[in-house]
Design a protein around this ligand. Structure first.
Ligand code: COA
Length: 457
């Protein structure tokens, strides 16, 4: 077995040695009138945001866009952490390391969720790499999460080799696809002559004129999608095309295809934007695709397939579950341009996590797991017993015989069922001590719906 987490050795001391200090900025709040916090009153937060944007080579927001950014941060109750040169005033100088965390909700099984500690905006200035800045920020953050009783942490990573050492495992993949719609796209159901029971209607609407609609639909869809989290507030701004950073907040050419069923209830929305006449083939980028019912998904695809003058659709966050290919009469219309490790999870509380998801009622069994966790949060020998859809975890002594030995990063990756234990045994990173234990655990963890992260954060 290869342990991927390593022991933190006084991260604060390491920072001190380098003349650095880790600071946490005071949380932001909106004014009584609900207005965005004004940037002039929060210079340390503004400089922190600037450091993040520069770290990802993005434009630094200014004016109303900076205020809007602070408002979004306040709405999510984000905690901004920064590593500064010890002598620097955060109001005057940007940090050399940035880290943001906040508490949200993660769907573990359709209709079931747990609190989750979200981590984002991790950057370290190129002049200060490999001085323990990331480790210090991560150790402090995860320590607070565990102390607050949050059972699991989550992030999305720009590089897949960074976070395993801190106990994070990739829990699902995402993909970018192109769909060739030249000459129209035929759905498999239509080719087979199946009639839609309740086709409802799909209309093109202005995302700016439908406040709360996408957010409400996202809430419904994400509650049935394991691996999805309560939307970060920045997404609501983008869904409603209200970003103050673009066209002074007056809209940026985003369109909404809205599906309403026979009762008039919104069951699906696709948000799309034209890539411009210069681009060949002519392309629409689908920035969000949300469907609460299969019928809504089919109707949205019929709409998108018949956009005049368009030859290609580009989807940046498409579930990697093969359902899109099944939906079409000609599966070769879909080409996958990239597949990536999407949601990373980090279990902090083993009984809460394994007991905090559903299991298929028809599976039953038990497995003993020896979990290594250098940070200590999840370390131990745990017996998972599943019966009648419920998982119960009991701690065992260190001398108990384990069926599987694995690092917390691997347990975190397979927990929701989007990754397989058997593959990790085959890779030589999880040790199977009892023959068949990996297949047994895979069968127990099989998810009721594909694991997918609807909204990046
Ligand atoms: C990744 C990044 C944050 C690392 O910061 P850092 O302060 O240099 O990291 P630390 O000095 O604390 O190193 C901690 C450990 O991570 C390892 N590490 C750091 N960056 C790494 C990388 N890019 N790939 C693999 N390992 C890395 C270090 O070797 C060290 O390992 P060890 O403690 O097991 O010996 C920094 O390179 C960065 O800002 N990258 C660009 C932005 C980014 O990718 N952000 C992540 C988006 S969520």
């Amino acid at each position: 077995m290869t342990a991927t987490s390593t022991t933190p050795t006084s991260p604060d001391d390491v920072l001190t040695r380098h003349g650095l200090v880790l600071r946490t900025l005071a949380p932001l709040e909106r004014g009584p009138d609900g207005a965005d916090p004004a940037r002039a009153g929060h210079p340390a937060h503004v400089r922190h945001t600037a450091a993040v944007e520069k770290g990802f080579y993005e434009e630094v927001p200014d004016g109303a866009a900076a205020d809007q950014d602070l408002g979004v941060s306040a709405d999510d109750a984000k905690i901004l952490r920064g590593v500064y040169l010890a002598q620097d005033d955060p109001a005057e100088r940007e940090p050399v390391g940035t880290f943001v965390d906040w508490t949200s909700r993660l769907t573990t099984s359709p209709g079931r969720e747990l609190p989750v500690w979200m981590i984002s905006n991790v950057t370290v200035s190129p002049g200060h790499r490999r001085r323990g800045i990331l480790r210090a920020m991560m150790t402090a953050s995860l320590g607070e999460a565990a102390a607050a009783g949050v059972p699991v942490a989550a992030l999305t990573a720009s590089e897949s080799t960074i976070y395993g050492r801190f106990g994070f495992g990739a829990a699902c993949t995402g993909r970018t696809v192109r769909v060739d719609v030249r000459g129209g796209l035929v759905l498999a159901a239509d080719a087979a002559g199946h009639r839609e029971e309740d086709p409802g209607t799909v209309l093109r609407e202005d995302p700016r004129a439908m406040p709360g609609v996408v957010e409400e639909l996202h809430g419904r869809v994400r509650r049935t999608t394991p691996g999805s989290v309560h939307r970060p507030s920045g997404h609501v701004v983008r869904w409603e095309d209200r970003s103050a950073a673009k066209n002074d907040g007056k809209g940026s050419g985003l369109f909404a295809a809205v599906h309403r069923d026979g009762d008039g209830t919104v069951q699906g929305v696709a948000l799309y934007r034209f890539d411009g006449w210069e681009k060949e083939p002519t392309t629409e980028s689908v920035e969000a695709f949300l469907a609460a019912t299969d019928a809504a998904a089919r109707q949205l695809w019929r709409f998108l397939a018949h956009l005049d003058l368009i030859d290609r659709l580009h989807l940046t966050r498409c579930p990697d579950d093969g359902r899109l290919e099944q939906l079409l009469a000609d599966r070769r219309r879909v080409s996958t341009k990239a597949v990536w490790d999407d949601l990373y999870l980090r279990i902090l509380d083993v009984p809460a996590c394994l007991g905090g998801r559903d299991y298929a009622p028809e599976v039953a069994g038990a497995v003993v797991l020896r979990v290594a966790d250098a940070a200590g949060h999840a370390a131990g020998t745990w017996r998972l017993e599943v019966a009648r859809g419920v998982g119960r975890v009991e701690p065992l002594g260190d001398d108990a015989r384990a069926d599987l030995e694995l690092d917390v990063a691997h347990l975190s990756g397979v927990w929701l069922g989007g990754m397989r234990v058997g593959a990790l045994v085959g890779a030589g990173v999880v040790a199977e001590r009892a023959p068949g234990a990996a297949a047994r655990l895979d069968a127990l963890l099989h998810p009721a719906a594909p694991v997918h992260l609807l909204t990046r954060f």
